[in-house]
Structures are given as C-alpha cells and as structure tokens.
Design a protein around this ligand. Structure first.
Ligand SMILES: [Zn+2]
Length: 297
C-alpha cells in the first residue's frame, strides 16, 4: 500500500496551521504578561522560554528543521562551531545574532542545515521578524541566566551556550525536543503531534485551495532548507490524492475524444493531447527529515 494513504489520514488528524498559530500567539501573550507581572521568577522565565521556542518552531518563520532550532547558540557564545561534523573553516555554527538593539534587529544564521550541499554550502540567513525578535531578545537576557542558574546543581562547566535549554540547563537532543514540545503543546490544549510534522502542516496549507496570502513556495522552501519540488515529493501529503482526482476528472474529456475519433469527427493527434499527463506516481514518504520523531500514544 502506498505510504501516502497512511500519511493522508494522519495529516487530517494533526492540528491545522491556523490552530497552532493561534495557540502560539496566546502562549506568547501569556508568557510576556507573566514575566511583566512576576518578574524573573523561574516559572515566568521557563514560560517565556517555552513560548519563544514554540514561536520559533511555527508561525513566524517557514518551519525550519528542529535541528537548526535546538542548535542555535546564544549571541554571547563566541566559541567554536558546536556542530559535531563541522569541517568548515571559521564556521561559527547555527546562531542567533543581535545585529542592533535600537531599534531591535536580530538575525539567524544557519550554516548547518540538512541540504547544505544542494545550497552550495551557503548558509540560510534571515532577519528575525519583529514580534519573534522581541520575544527572543527578552529570553536571552535575564531569563536565560535564571534558567541556567536554576540548573547550577548539575555542576555545568559553563552557561548553556544554546538559546533553548532543557530543565537541567543543557541543549536539547532531537528526541528530547520532540518530547518536550509535544508535552508543552498538550498542556496548552493542543493535540499530540511531533513538532517536525509542522513542516507537513505548513506545506499542506500552502498547497491547499484556500491558501492564505504569504510567502512564495520557492522562498519558503529555501528557508526550510530544500526546494518546492521536494515539497511535492515529501511534504505535500494531499498531492497524491489531488493528482489522482485530476486524472480521473480528465477522463471525461478523454472519453469524449475517443467517441469523436470513433465517429471520425476528430483528428487522431488531438486525442492524445487530452490524455491526462503521466508525471509518474508520487508516493509520499513520511518524512525526509533527520529530525527524530517520537511515537505518540
Ligand atoms: Zn560549523
């Protein structure tokens, strides 16, 4: 059985892009309010961290790979690239950069994303959108220190170099981030879903008939670290059924041509032109990501 059938039914049970965006915006507002009300309490700092994490995962950016998000280093980190397989000279790794404080401008630089070779080893770089920049800027200040200090019992050699950290003050592993974010989502009223699935959810919205105004497919795909062509191969879970339906619908035209040909009213070559185009059957793989996915009960 083509895997697309399984993916299709799963896709329909995941939260929609609109649902996740709404949930994230509410969480951001609550976290900012809690920080204002409570100051830098551990709970308020963690709440801010989680909202910033979730907003970085979805809503403000075309959904970049989780490995890019968890490996983002804090602007104060000036050590070597932390990517385990880095062979690039002078590489500073995936990082969050404060370009300017007044007015605030942050940037994200991702030299390490999965398809570097396809990009000619060019990094993915962009300026962080305003709302997310404010949230991240807030997080990397005192809250980041508070979260690090709260984990001091772990006897860390140095503060966590990453923007996002576990409750023990360390950078996330892929599987930890999946579990952590999924638990956060459920605690905020969402349905269980591995965060990497948001890449599929995003593409499904962009490829839907009522897609909202937004980025072009090509540009969004570039930020996601691949091409719009790959959307069709790996992320557009409805492509198979849509193409199948188009082919079935086009049979009506084709049948008319067959009847006309039989009656001698249509020249032979035009019949071929009405045939549904055979682009080859595209089976949708579940995911082309390296990001580890947890199995949700
Ligand atoms: Zn590197």
């Amino acid at each position: 059985m083509p895997r697309s059938l399984t993916s299709h039914s799963q896709a329909d049970s995941w939260m929609s892009a609109a649902d996740v965006v709404q949930l994230n915006m509410a969480a951001k507002q609550q976290a900012e309010q809690a920080y204002e009300d409570q100051g830098a309490s551990l709970a308020a700092c963690r709440q801010l961290h989680d909202a910033a994490l979730s907003c970085t995962i979805f809503g403000y950016l075309p959904p970049v790979r989780l490995s890019c998000i968890r490996s983002l280093t804090h602007p104060s980190y000036s050590g070597p690239c932390l990517h385990p397989d880095c062979h690039m000279q002078h590489c500073r790794g995936n990082r969050l950069i404060v370009q300017r404080e007044h007015p605030l401008q942050l940037a994200i630089d991702l030299p390490h994303h999965k398809t570097q070779a396809a990009h000619g080893f060019k990094p993915i770089q962009f300026t962080v959108p305003a709302g997310l920049a404010e949230l991240l800027y807030l997080l990397i200040g005192q809250p980041h220190q508070v979260l690090t200090q709260a984990a001091a019992h772990v006897l860390l050699d140095a503060p966590c170099p990453f923007v996002f950290m576990t409750k023990t003050g360390q950078g996330f592993k892929d599987s930890q981030l999946c579990t952590y974010w999924n638990a956060w989502l459920v605690a905020h009223g969402g349905s269980p879903m591995p965060p990497s699935k948001l890449r599929h959810v995003f593409v499904a919205e962009r490829r839907s008939d009522d897609r909202a105004a937004g980025p072009s497919d090509a540009a969004a795909a570039r930020v996601m670290g691949h091409s719009a062509d790959q959307w069709s191969k790996s992320y557009d879970v409805h492509l198979h059924s849509r193409e199948s339906q188009n082919a079935v619908d086009a049979m009506s035209t084709w049948r008319q041509h067959m009847l006309q040909r039989q009656a001698g009213t249509a020249p032979l070559p035009s019949a071929a032109a009405a045939l549904p185009q055979d682009d080859g059957v595209v089976y949708i793989s579940d995911d082309d990501d390296d990001d580890v996915e947890i199995v949700l009960d």
